[in-house]
Write a protein of this length. Structure first.
Lengths: 433, 439
């Protein structure tokens, strides 16, 4: 009696303690999962609003910026002394030509008496050279007249209205779409302008990121604690069954979070594009070329949603090998260690627990994701760096924010943890091998 | 050993029959594979031509295209240059002011005290005959006349002629001509190759032949898979005939090699990035660029390795090498190891390395499948903007959206997956039939 009570009590204690820890882990995992989908949503919204379609690729945007430059140029237009001189010269030339023409007209052989008289009078009174000598003063009059503020204002208003007219003749369809998208997203984040939006988003993202990493560490800490217990209770053979089954539950939580949290985030941007037009700078900033952020389940569901059968097949295979088989294997191990003879000797259970390793591809997935990340990152990096231009008129800066996300680390933790558990199982049940 | 000659004779015949039958099947598979590879090469070529013809650099980024469009815009702008009545009025006022200023100046000049008699007489004459106030009154009508003169159609025509000739001169810049000639020659060559005369016709032809090739490649790849299914069902049928297992297994390995070879060289993924259409109104002139291809290629797994190894970053090269290992080295080792395990003596068969490759290594080839699948999801299914726009009920057709939606998996991928799965099944079979494994 006493002996049984002795085993029951520590068993219950262990069960309660570990359940508490498991709840902690599940809570942290839940938070990681929700935070990562929250992050994904925010970044998606951000990249839609800042999409290149509504920026560099939008004619409306270019028009606005160009018109602003031209308007500014017109407004601040002022003739420099040099330009005035130039203009004066041109006007002088025109006036001289005019005088020459008038003189030539009068000096044409006249047939009528009136015409001859006029010619005589003209030649008597007017000396072309004298008039030409006055040309510069007339030209100066014209130039100063045009440069008077009232005249300048008038001319500028004429040009401005012409520019506006041309502006109205240039458009595409991005503006209404962009306005709608922006309004929708701003409303969602309760902001009214770009500056507030950027600020709010950045604040939220840094907040989420720190939280998410903290929760990730907490999760991994829980798992390490559970493993530590194995070391502590090495000698307590009676407790091993309970401990093992609870450990499997830990692994299950890790797997669940690992497949639902984001694994890779691809984010390629044109940080800034500066373009010099009429010595004014045109700038586009933060243009999102490409954004994609997915969890393993996200990858599977988008493959399965494809209309093409081969993509669906691949999606199903990944689902089978990376999620379903690992879960089945854990269940098999759990039943095997539970120790009820009837189940433990069952062929199916033994197959699930011991022979399925070859088909369980969670470890392959870890390597595959890492390879994809590095490869994608490398290709993007070199593609983007070829877009980096530093010239006098045009300069662009691109940025590649592709990164591995907590989901991947949790998934790695799952794979490592499960392989440790398999080792432990081998030790626990040496006969089964 | 203890059996009579008759039954002993029979197995040899059945064995030979089996080998013979499977050899024919293998030849069929080889033929399908060869066709598949040819088609996939052909497809690659067509895609290259298609993307050259429709490339963004000969469309949206082509100076030639813009030159045509801009010259239309410029001539339209000059010919239809109009000032609104208000603008006209303003301009007239300005001219008027200048004229009055000139008259004032002239008057002042005349009124200057003259010293010479000649000058005095002139002043007198002008003062008596010319009434400057009269001129001032006439200033508005002068201004009107001047503007009308500048503004009349024949003048505008002349002006536009002058501008256009300047523009043409600009158009005929030499470097442009040579570039245009080069693209034209290249296009002609492609046109000739496909017997087409215009872009539209060529595109139609290319697209139809691409879709034909697509169906054909799928048919061939299904035929290949059919061969594999036949082999596997033979295993099921002959599961009791232990004597036939060894030749059957070796033949199965040959099938696996064939699958591997085709899976590696046939195209696996088709990456297609394009701007559907760029459509806007520029200074009253509609400018449309359609189907601007940024990138349209199909890649086999070896091509992916090549791309990765060509990257400057060391880690990318490492990944390329890893893919190469998982896709070539591991499978070849695995297939050889299974063969060795089955045929050789117990000591070699139970060698750790042989056993690892024979039984455990198969799943690592799946890493390549996963890489391609994830790449496909990340690069290909970038319908982010599209779906967001759809949820807001905005049509994305008339926006300049870069889409990669036509990115798709290709038959090579299916073949490679089948190879991996087939390999895994073979090693499971091996476990059952191996004389060296306790079962």
């Amino acid at each position: 009696m006493k002996a049984t009570r002795k085993t029951v009590l520590p068993n219950i204690l262990l069960l309660a303690g570990l359940s508490l820890l498991l709840c902690g882990e599940a809570w942290f995992g839940y938070r990681v999962s929700t935070l990562s989908s929250q992050q994904q949503e925010i970044k998606t919204d951000y990249s839609v609003v800042n999409n290149i379609t509504f920026g560099i690729l939008s004619v409306d945007q270019w028009r606005e910026k160009m018109v602003a430059v031209v308007d500014g140029k017109v407004k601040e237009f002022d003739m420099t002394a040099g330009q005035k001189k130039e203009l004066q010269k041109k006007v002088e030339k025109q006036l001289n030509q005019l005088v020459d023409k008038a003189v030539a007209d009068v000096n044409k052989p006249q047939k009528s008496i009136g015409g001859k008289l006029k010619k005589l009078a003209f030649n008597a009174v007017v000396d072309p050279e004298e008039i030409k000598a006055e040309v510069p003063t007339f030209a100066a009059t014209i130039v100063t007249r045009i440069n008077k503020p009232a005249s300048k204002k008038r001319l500028k208003s004429i040009i401005n209205s012409k520019v506006d007219q041309l502006e109205n003749e240039t458009f595409d369809n991005t503006e209404p779409a962009s306005a709608r998208v922006t309004r929708h997203v701003y409303k969602k984040y309760k902001v009214s302008n770009t500056k507030d939006f950027e600020k709010k988003i950045n604040l939220q993202l840094t907040h989420i990121e720190t939280l998410m990493y903290n929760y990730t560490y907490a999760m991994i800490g829980c798992v390490l604690l559970a493993l530590g217990l194995w070391l502590l209770l090495k000698k307590q053979v009676r407790l091993h069954t309970t401990l093992y089954i609870l450990s499997l539950l830990f692994a299950f939580v890790l797997l669940l979070v690992g497949v639902t949290a984001t694994i890779i985030e691809v984010d390629a941007r044109i940080e800034s594009l500066n373009f010099t037009l009429l010595s004014e700078k045109l700038a586009f900033t933060n243009q999102v070329l490409f954004f994609q952020s997915k969890s393993i389940t996200g990858i599977i569901s988008s493959l399965v949603d494809q209309p093409k059968p081969d993509a669906v097949l691949v999606g199903i295979l990944i689902l089978l090998f990376v999620i379903i088989l690992p879960v089945l294997r854990m269940m098999g191990k759990g039943i095997l260690i539970w120790g009820r003879e009837k189940y433990a000797e069952n062929k199916l259970v033994r197959f699930l627990a011991l022979d399925l390793g070859k088909w369980d591809m969670a470890d392959v997935m870890v390597v595959g994701i890492a390879m994809t990340y590095i490869g994608l990152n490398g290709i993007l990096q070199s593609q983007l760096s070829s877009l980096n231009i530093q010239e006098e008129l045009l300069s662009t800066v691109t940025k590649n924010n592709t990164s591995l996300q907590p989901g991947y680390y949790i998934f790695v933790a799952y794979v490592v943890y499960v392989s440790i558990l398999s080792l432990i199982l081998k030790r626990l049940k040496p006969i089964e091998k | 050993m203890h059996e009579t000659t008759k039954p002993r004779n029979k197995p040899i015949i059945t064995k030979l029959l089996l080998i013979f039958g499977l050899a024919i099947l293998l030849c069929a598979e080889g033929y399908f594979g060869y066709q598949l590879q040819q088609l996939s090469e052909q497809q690659e070529q067509i895609k290259e031509d298609y993307s050259n013809i429709n490339n963004i650099s000969s469309g949206l980024f082509s100076v030639e295209q813009w030159r045509d469009k801009v010259s239309a815009i410029v001539s339209h702008q000059i010919r239809d240059f109009t000032l609104s009545p208000k603008q006209k009025k303003e301009l007239q006022k300005e001219v008027e002011v200048v004229i009055i200023a000139l008259i004032d100046k002239a008057e002042a000049l005349i009124n200057k005290p003259k010293k010479t008699i000649d000058g005095k007489i002139k002043k007198f004459i002008v003062k008596t005959f010319v009434n400057t106030d009269n001129f001032r009154e006439k200033a508005p009508s002068f201004a009107k006349e001047i503007i009308a003169k500048v503004y009349n159609p024949s003048n505008k025509k002349q002006l536009s002629k002058v501008v256009m000739s300047k523009f043409d001169a600009l158009e005929r810049a030499e470097y442009l001509d040579s570039a245009v000639a080069a693209t034209k020659a290249a296009n002609e060559k492609v046109f000739k190759k496909y017997g087409a005369s215009s872009n539209e016709e060529l595109n139609e032809k290319l697209i139809s032949s691409l879709s034909r090739i697509r169906t054909e490649t799928y048919n061939y790849s299904f035929a290949m898979l059919g061969c594999i299914v036949i082999v596997l069902s033979l295993w099921w049928i002959l599961r009791k005939r232990v004597d036939l297992h060894a030749p059957l297994f070796i033949m199965s390995l040959m099938f696996a090699f064939m699958l591997l070879f085709i899976g590696l060289t046939a195209s696996m993924i088709e990456v297609d990035a394009r701007i559907k259409s760029v459509d806007f109104v520029l200074l009253g002139e509609h400018v449309i660029f359609e189907n601007q291809v940024l990138f349209f290629q199909s890649k086999s797994i070896l091509d992916v390795v090549k791309v990765l190894i060509a990257q400057p970053a060391v880690d990318a090269i490492l990944v390329g090498v890893l893919i190469l290992i998982f896709s070539i080295l591991f499978p070849v080792m695995k297939l050889s190891a299974t063969g060795i395990h089955l045929l050789s003596k117990k000591k070699i068969a139970r060698n750790k390395i042989i056993r690892y490759f024979a039984f455990q290594s198969g799943k690592w080839s799946m890493a390549d499948v996963i890489v391609i699948a994830i790449l496909m999801v990340y690069i290909g299914l970038n319908g982010l903007l599209d779906s967001q726009l759809k949820s807001l009920n905005i049509k994305s057709d008339d926006l300049n959206v870069i889409t990669t939606n036509n990115t798709a998996l290709q038959p090579g991928f299916i073949i490679f997956i089948s190879f991996v799965l087939y390999g895994l099944i073979l090693s499971t079979i091996l476990k059952f039939i191996s004389p060296h494994e306790s079962h």
